[in-house]
Ligand binder design. Sequence first.
Ligand code: NI
Length: 195
Amino acid sequence: MTNTFRSERRTDPLPEPLPSPPKQSGRSDLAIFPIRILGDPVLRMETKPVTDIDDTVRALVEDMIETMYYAPGVGLAANQIGVPRRIAVFDAHDELGPRVMINPELVETEGEIEFEEGCLSVPGRYWEITRPAFARVRAVDLEGQEVEYAGDGLLGRVLQHEIDHLHGRFLLDALPKRMRKKALKELRDEALGLT
Ligand code: NI
């Protein structure tokens, strides 16, 4: 999810190499990754679960949080920076602050609400999208402990949005078919310079 967009366009379908593990705590080599744009096949991939939370995963999560704030956005999935692993970060502007969810699963949803949604991979565009109002997610944190995130409002929305990314879906997939076709036509016309 996004407010504005400042990342360069990438069409290279090859995943970025994972960053090197930190040599010491308090890294001075945090990286900001280019964000993959709709049309990049990595955004349509089912991501692979993380089996070992090692230094490479910890460094990746730090870089994802840095990249999310730089963009700026309220959430980022690993495949949005070309790494098809089941990891997402978010900051829903609440007391939770920046959080990571590794191997997250949506375990409960409730209600329904229309909410203006954007995505760093579809820069500058927003749609009113109807989804469950409340979401509960179970995941693992960087210490390998099971964590649960639950809420409505922006938190409920970002949890669902990022988990969609990790399954190769993106926000327009949540629109009714006719609205999705219209939105895709608008994006195509815009890309062709017809608007
Ligand atoms: Ni997104």
